[in-house]
Every structure is written in C-alpha cells, then in structure tokens.
Design a protein around this ligand. Structure first.
Ligand SMILES: Cc1cc2nc3c(=O)[nH]c(=O)nc-3n(C[C@H](O)[C@H](O)[C@H](O)COP(=O)(O)OP(=O)(O)OC[C@H]3O[C@@H](n4cnc5c(N)ncnc54)[C@H](O)[C@@H]3O)c2cc1C
Length: 376
C-alpha cells in the first residue's frame, strides 16, 4: 500500500521541478516532490550564481510570450518571497547580419514589436568599451534583458511550494515508477507515493529515470568562468549588459556583468558529450587557457585569466528546443526537459504551463512546439 496519495508527484526539484511544485501547489494540487540531492546544488544544470533573461529571442519568436509570462512570474516570486532575483542591465546580441543571432533577434523583436536598437560595431565599442566586435558586426540592444539568480530562485520556489502545502523530499532519489490507467506509483528507498500524475523533471539525469523509453537527449559538459574585475566599473551592471556574440566560425561567447563575484564568461555549446554521473568536474589549466584565448579575442582588458571555473550540464534536444509532453506510452506521466542550454529564464512559466497541463489536460501556453512528435 502507498504511504501517501497525491494529485502530482515530481521527480527532480531543480529549476523546472521547483517551479512545477510551486505552481501546482498554489493551484491547490496536492504535491509530492523528490530530489536525489539537496537543491539548489552544484551537480546539475542550475548553479553558477547567474542566468541571462532576454526577450527578443533569437532562437525562435515562439518563446517570446513564454518569457513575457516568466518576467511577470519572476516579479511575483520576488514579491511573495521578499527576495531579489532579477537585475536589469540590458542585453546585447552581437554578430553579423544574415546569421543566427542578429537575424533571429531582429525577427523576434519585429514579430512581437519589442523595443530594440541596432548598433553598428563602432557604437557597440563606444557604449560598451570592453567589447571588441569585428567592424562588420552589429549589436542588437534590448533594454529589458538582465540577470536572474538561479540558486536563490530555486530556493524561493521550493519555499513557496512548501508554504502552499507541497511535501518535498530531498536527498531522496526516486528508484523507479510504474504507471497504470488512473495512477502512477513512485518509489524511493523509503517511500511509496501514489499519484494521479507524475512529472519527470530530472534534468541531465532524465535518461536514467525513463524506464524503457529512449529519447534523443544528449548531455553536454559546459564550463562557466569568472574573471576578477572588482574595482573596474566597466564590467558592472550599470555599464556592461549581458551579451552573446556569434563569432564568424559560429562559436558563441556570452557574458554577464560583475555583480560581486567577478565577470562571468562562457561558451554557449561547444562542450563535450557526457553523462550526469560520469562528467569530469575538474577544469584543467589547458582548458582555461584555451577558453581565455577565445574570450580575450572579443572582450578587451580582461585580467590574465579566469580566477574560477565551474562545470555545468546542458541536456540538449537535437533541435535545441525543449521537451514538454506526455510520455508516449505511460499514461499520466509528463516529460519536462527544458534546458538545451537556455531554459532557466522560462522556469516559472513552464511550471505554470505544466501544472495546468497535469491538472486539466490543457494549458494557456501553447506547448505544441515542444512535443516529442515534432522530431518524427
Ligand atoms: C552553464 C549553464 C549556463 C546556462 N545559462 C542559462 C542562461 O543564461 N539563461 C537560461 O535561461 N538558461 C541557462 N541555462 C539553462 C538552465 O540553467 C537550465 O535550462 C535549467 O537549469 C534546467 O533545470 P532542470 O530543472 O531541468 O535541471 P536541474 O536543475 O539539473 O534539476 C534536475 C534535478 O533532478 C534531480 N534528480 C535527478 N535524478 C533524480 C532521481 N532519480 N530522483 C530524484 N531526483 C532526481 C537532481 O538532483 C536535480 O536536482 C544554462 C545552463 C548551464 C549549464
């Protein structure tokens, strides 16, 4: 017999699972959430002190309504949790015209009438003197972009979920689940929960909890670097927007201003394939030097090298979009894999959409672009 019966069980309480637990609990669903570790932690995809949020979404205009809803929900969370999660500093998408980043940003801005400005390379250099784009590059500036605090946000979402009645079991790995019409049984070493619905939000561990289902997910090892720029106000949020620069060879460098822990720079993708359990979490001196050579080509006056580095994990779908869909053969089980290196900013909106989907079978957000069947 189960120890507990609930409307919704969740495996994984990182960014996505925490948001789903919060949004489901405030809708009045009874919730049992499990995490193998103690989120927020540094082993999955949601650590490193900062995440970019931006609205003129070069990846596809379909994300704009979702991120607009997320902005509203982040503000609600800040108010109810009485904590600061967002710092506006503007965002600059840099590259050549005709390429993914600049054209995609302009397309999203045009389709959704977003107030962006296009700066020539000289304007970029004049306004953000530490950036060094090529003369044939442009920058598309959006004023609403900024930085979110991921660890604080996960903590706040979990607190809000608990306050709304969710039962959250941390340091409790789910070993398996079985689905029957009408209910799903979820088991950890010490607990058996029966739920009407189950959401699998295990991030880079998702493949290990899918049972027989094989998904085209790949886990990628990526490294975030911090440069000590304290005392140089050219790197502070007042003067340094979040940026992403598409180099002529297609590599993407991004950066976030120094909010007290150093300037953060990283390459978007370009990492090696791995798994969440086998990943090498050390960053060698050679790896740091290779990254520094790439970064200092585009950012001027950097210190001699990064002072700190941290390995993180992307869980990628082949098309770079998310997976938000019912399990194809297990009734009542919903798959939430919203990473592909860019999911954090959407977390509360995804939480809201998934909570509605498991409660009612529909959602006010259009989740069709994120169905598994799109890849067929
Ligand atoms: C370096 C880096 C930079 C990024 N930058 C940005 C950015 O600037 N903007 C942006 O929007 N997005 C960004 N992203 C993407 C974003 O951070 C991810 O989309 C998001 O954090 C994914 O959250 P998640 O909940 O899917 O995974 P996670 O936060 O990893 O959570 C998964 C959880 O599942 C738990 N779990 C696993 N297996 C089990 C089990 N069997 N039982 C119980 N629990 C289990 C784990 O312990 C973990 O806590 C970045 C990602 C990385 C790695």
């Amino acid at each position: 017999m189960p120890d507990q019966q609930v409307d919704l069980a969740i495996v994984g309480l990182g960014a996505m699972g925490a948001a789903i637990a919060w949004q489901a609990a405030v809708r009045g669903l009874s919730v049992a959430g499990f995490d193998a570790l103690e989120p927020p932690h540094t082993h999955g995809s949601t650590h490193g002190h900062s995440r970019i949020i931006r609205e003129a979404y070069f990846e596809h205009p379909q994300y704009v309504p979702l991120v607009q809803r997320a902005y509203a929900l982040w503000a609600e969370l800040e108010a109810s949790a009485e904590t600061r999660l967002f710092e506006a500093c503007g965002g600059l998408m840099i590259g050549r015209r005709g390429r993914t980043v600049v054209d995609g940003t302009l397309r999203a801005a045009f389709e959704h009438r977003l107030p962006v400005q296009t700066w020539a390379a000289d304007d970029v250099r004049a306004r953000v003197p530490v950036l060094a784009p090529d003369p044939d590059m442009v920058g598309v500036f959006e004023p609403r972009a900024g930085v979110l605090a991921p660890e604080r946000a996960v903590g706040a979402m979990l607190d809000q979920a608990r306050q709304a009645g969710a039962g959250l079991f941390v340091s409790e790995r789910v070993r398996g689940w079985t689905s029957e019409p009408g209910h799903v049984d979820v088991r950890s070493a010490s607990r058996h929960v029966r739920a009407r619905r189950l959401v699998l939000a295990a991030g880079p561990w998702l493949a290990s909890i899918l049972g027989d289902l094989v998904l085209p997910l790949t886990v990628e090892r990526v490294v975030q670097y911090w440069y000590p720029t304290a005392g140089d106000d050219r790197f502070t949020p007042a003067r340094f927007p979040v940026f992403l620069l598409e180099a002529p060879d297609g590599r993407m460098l991004y950066g976030l201003p120094d909010q007290g822990r150093g300037l953060k720079l990283a390459e978007h993708h370009g990492g090696s394939p791995t798994t969440a359990d086998a990943v090498d979490r050390q960053v060698s001196n050679a790896e740091r030097a290779t990254f520094h050579a790439f970064a200092s080509r585009w950012v001027r006056d950097l210190p001699a090298g990064p002072a700190d580095a941290s390995v993180c994990l992307y869980t990628n779908m082949p098309d770079g979009d998310f997976l938000l869909d019912w399990h194809p053969s297990a009734p009542g089980v919903f798959l939430c894999s919203a990473c592909s290196g860019h999911g954090f900013k959407f977390a509360p909106a995804i939480g809201e959409a998934v909570a509605a989907m498991v409660a009612t079978g529909t959602s006010s957000h259009d989740l069709r672009p994120f169905r598994l069947g799109r890849l067929a």
